[in-house]
Design a protein around this ligand. Structure first.
Ligand code: PEP
Ligand code: MN
Length: 285
């Protein structure tokens, strides 16, 4: 047991299963969370929700508070966007996850979200981590792009301080040499984190590469190497996206990829993303 992060260290305890709405993560199957970078309009998020659900995603993603590198880039629709996203998610019968920018937004967001995402730029926002530890909702913790693996796990330990174990770790690419790809996916680091903790570990190949054509091969690698799932950006019309359109998959591409992942899961004797939801007779959210 690692004494630096006793609450999340693997030790002898079984893996934690994280539940978001009716979706389960960390129970052995490879799960998918998908949706656009940002919520842009009712039509866009409605379409995205229905399409990713049909393709086999078990949670809808989408940003409404967008922490952008440039203050002149699209900053998101805020709470109004979250309400649109809630409606879209309910129509598609999917739970939703969205990024929380800081403690100030927590109370207003709480009634509308099934899980909170802590973005890479906020991984060490300690007041936010402490507030989320008590908020009673699952948290997806992105790794900061300049953070060591231990810093990432220590950030997760903050989230676990109040007995919360509903935490998913997301490796979303780190800074290395070169500018050809947006970031570098640290697949080995994700696998190491998975062995260090009892928490589910995901990758985000969309932000890690910035290249839609690299998303599928990395998803295959994650599935084959035993990671718990992935978060992927999917947009109904990537060329019109207000945010991260260059890296988004079309709904058709995502659907074809999920079929291929199912075949790979079968070949590897691993349950696939279709096993992500509880059977309908069990209580839903
Ligand atoms: C996102 O998921 O859209 C996002 C902003 O991710 P990250 O915090 O990893 O950059
Ligand atoms: Mn994005």
């Amino acid at each position: 047991m690692n004494p630096d992060y006793p609450r999340i260290a693997r030790g002898k305890r079984p893996k934690t299963v994280v539940t978001i709405g009716a979706a389960r993560f960390g129970d052995g199957h490879f799960a998918l969370i998908a949706g656009p970078c940002a919520v842009e309009s009712a039509e866009q998020i409605d379409q995205a929700a229905l399409k990713v659900k049909k393709a086999g995603a078990s949670v809808l993603r989408g940003g409404v508070f967008k922490p952008r590198t440039s203050p002149y880039s699209f900053q998101g629709l805020g709470l109004e966007g979250l309400k649109l996203m809630r409606r879209a998610a309910d129509q598609a019968e999917l739970p939703l996850v969205t990024e929380i920018p800081g403690t100030a937004e927590l109370e207003a967001m709480l009634p509308f979200v099934d899980a909170f995402q802590v973005g890479a730029r906020n991984m060490q926002n300690f007041p936010l981590l402490k507030a989320l530890a008590k908020a009673g909702k699952p948290v997806l913790l992105k790794r900061g792009f300049g953070a060591t693996l231990t810093e990432w796990l220590l950030a997760a330990e903050y989230l676990a301080m109040d007995g919360n174990d509903q935490i998913i770790l997301v490796e979303r690419g780190i800074r290395t040499a070169g500018h050809e790809l947006r970031f570098t996916l640290d697949l080995a680091g994700a696998l190491w984190a998975q062995r260090q903790t009892h928490l589910p570990v995901f990758i985000d190949p969309s932000h890690a590469t910035g290249r839609p054509e690299l998303v599928e091969p990395l998803l295959r690698a994650a599935l084959a190497s035993g990671l718990d799932g992935a978060m992927v950006e999917v947009h109904p019309s990537p060329d019109q996206a207000r945010c991260d359109g260059d890296q988004a998959l079309t709904s058709a591409e995502f659907s074809s990829i999920t079929k291929n992942l199912s075949s790979l899961a079968r070949a590897l004797d691993r349950p696939d993303h279709h096993a992500a939801s509880k059977p309908p007779h069990l209580p839903q959210r």
